[in-house]
Design a protein around this ligand. Structure first.
Ligand SMILES: [Zn+2]
Length: 216
């Protein structure tokens, strides 16, 4: 998510387009939907078709047609997941599925290696500083229906990693520094969802008095 934010932020500045940070962040973790699929079905397609840049490009065709250059930061966020994050850490990606079933990427740096943890934390700190400096953090403290997409990373990544289910152990025990970063995003995303749901609830059940009602 940190890499996607930095890429999305940089490209949207260059293109002078507006950015929806929650949607950008969700796109960056979307390829890992295959973990959920594997978990539910007992299959083993992780780092398969949903990590293919061919699939990503095809899925983005209608989005590029409608939004044109505005779509570029979001596309970069999506492909940064297989092409940067997963490519260097762990590898074994079916990058060109369905044209090729070959797997790509470096396979000698483990997710739990000191190098990866140091890299992840450095990127997290840089992304957080820019999030703060640019005022982009405010997106998480404003009610906006698109914030509800953040339920996806909460349910699929952040809650499982911090409470430890369905993995064997919580990151709080295995990698406390990484757990802190996960807890930070969990808190930020939860605030955005609570803010939005509260606003929707208020609008639905306590609409503001219109002119001509009791106050006349
Ligand atoms: Zn992945």
């Amino acid at each position: 998510m940190a890499i996607a934010y930095l890429l999305g932020k940089g490209s949207s500045k260059g293109l002078r387009t507006k950015l929806n940070i929650p949607i950008l962040l969700v796109l960056s973790i979307l390829p890992d939907i295959d973990i959920v699929y594997d978990f539910l079905t007992g299959s083993d397609i992780h780092r398969g078709p949903p990590h293919s840049i061919v699939v990503a490009a095809l899925a983005f065709i209608p989005i590029f047609v409608i939004y044109r250059k505005k779509a570029i930061p979001y596309f970069l966020a999506l492909i940064s997941h297989p092409l940067i994050g997963d490519f260097f850490i762990g590898g074994k990606l079916q990058l060109f599925w369905p044209f090729s079933n070959n797997i790509y990427g470096f396979q000698n740096i483990s997710i739990f290696s000191t190098l990866n943890i140091a890299l992840e934390l450095t990127l997290f700190v840089i992304a957080t500083l820019i999030l703060y400096k640019s005022g982009d953090w405010k997106a998480f403290f404003t009610s906006n229906k698109t914030n509800l997409v953040l339920i996806i990373p909460i349910a699929t990544v952040l809650l499982p990693s911090t409470i430890g289910y369905p993995f064997s152990k919580s990151l709080l025990i295995t990698e406390p520094p990484l757990a802190l970063a996960h807890l930070f995003y969990l808190m930020l995303f939860s605030i955005a969802i609570i803010k939005t749901l509260t606003a929707i609830y208020k609008k639905r059940f306590h609409p503001p008095l219109s002119k001509g009602s009791i106050l006349g």
